[in-house]
Write a protein that binds this ligand. Structure first.
Ligand code: MUC
Length: 93
């Protein structure tokens, strides 16, 4: 199943720089592992915002929830999840 996810990152301004850098490095490694596994096929920065649009390709809601809640940044993310269905006008090649 495909899911569109908007992630807005809300790191506290008072977070110390080394904790922030460590968190972001762990997030990058986690997201790149999921991208390589094919679970996170799209990751786009929303221009001008500390936010992204992502597409996840997972078995079901439970797997999506497990992956999202495992994000190192999860406590600092506002997430908006939209399940995607096949459009009836889509050209099938
Ligand atoms: O920067 C972000 O958009 C948040 C998050 C998503 C992937 C990643 O490496 O960081």
């Amino acid at each position: 199943m495909l899911y569109h996810v908007r992630m807005d990152v809300r790191l506290p301004a008072e977070m110390d720089p080394s904790s922030r850098a460590d968190l972001i490095a762990r997030e990058k490694a986690y997201s790149q592992r999921l991208q390589r596994e094919g679970k996170w096929p799209h990751l786009w920065r929303i221009a001008g915002e500390y936010a992204n649009f992502s597409v996840f390709d997972v078995a079901d809601h439970d797997e999506l929830h497990a992956l999202l809640s495992g994000l190192p940044l999860f406590p600092y993310l506002a997430l908006e999840v939209t399940p995607l269905a096949t459009h009836p006008s889509k050209v099938v090649s």
